[in-house]
Design a binder for this molecule. Sequence first.
Ligand SMILES: [Zn+2]
Length: 439
Amino acid sequence: MFPNASIGILILALFVTTESADWGYENEKGPDHWADLFPEACAGAKQSPININTEDTVYNPALKDFSVFFDPPLPGSKFYVHNNGHTIQVNTEGKFFVSNGGLTDIYSTAQFHFHWGHKAHHGSEHTLDGAPSPIELHIVNWNSQLYNSIGEAAVEPNGLAVLGMLFEISEEDNPVLEPLVNVLMHVRDPDMKIKAEIPAVSMRAFLPRAADRYYRYNGSLTTPGCFESVVWTVFHEKLTISRRQLHVFRQVLKPSGHHVHKRSTRKHSRSRAVREVFEEIGIEDDKREQARFRRQIVKNTETHVHESLPEDATSHEETMEHHESNHTGSHGHEVKPHTGHHGHNVKPSPISAHPGAHESNMTHAEQVRMMLVNNYRPVQPLNGRVVYRSFPFFNEPINIDTEVVYIDKDNSELARGAATSLVSSAYMCIAIIVAAVLC
Ligand SMILES: [Zn+2]
């Protein structure tokens, strides 16, 4: 709690300011410098994300399954997709709530967003036993039982409850992601402030089937201002995403312009460098994805990169076009690599905006890499925090009388597992009553 209102306003102002301000994921504005740029918050002792060492987690039988409602969403509910320059974010409009799951209050779902990397083996913020996933989904919920707005809740203990889902790559597209993936290219330029509406679905659709198996710890926002207000849930079971869908995400975020001033010291052939990039993003065996990727680079650099790409990648473009046109029916509509038909041209890339000496200094691999931006924060130290687990390991003895603390209230109050479970049940009853009234 704040000692007085002025400090509360000050911190809220910081929260609002840092929403759009001077930070990023690269170089001097990147995560390594957040603690210096935002020393009040990002240098705290309970920061997120973390590596979850599963052997060190503590089983807490009070951590039950979540209640996610409304399911299906109430009529008039909407999802709006936009690119805020740091991530793809989907804002909810309508009544979406999460409760139980060891949460002592009812939380309103405000938005969900993603963190990803451009290489095949990193991208998620949380890691399990040291292993990253290629992409992570965060569903951000705020404590609407105790607070009046997400801005107010975001700076209070237990003010936010974020659900984190890790992904693994699958052969098949994830149909739940498809409506979002289909509009990603339309919101590619954050400066255009485009919001694309997609059908609202229950948040349950984004949770793994085993939604009662998760890890729980107290942490922070993973972006500035890094407020330590988050009850974190990271699910044990991973969701799936196809390489094609992941690749669409990887094309969305544009890097900052100063990257063009970097000069490569590496001395290898262009075609080999491009192949390395294909390997980095996991499409080295997929000619169709390579051709699509190359075409996107050409589109956004307004140069003729394809002239230096490996012949085999270039020669498959027509095949890919034909395949795409035959493919349209199964996906409703294909994502188009441009937004021209909406009346918005893709903004020229830093390369075309800064022609001349810098361009000639860059290898084509660097030009390709310019299109690839990681938007994840590296794992932060646990600093003595305990990570709880909602499920027992095989053959693990279950002691239901074990007193377990899993929520820090004002850093002091100790909640007994069984008692908290009763409280959660009470809130669930309230939620059901509220739901009935609203229906
Ligand atoms: Zn996030």
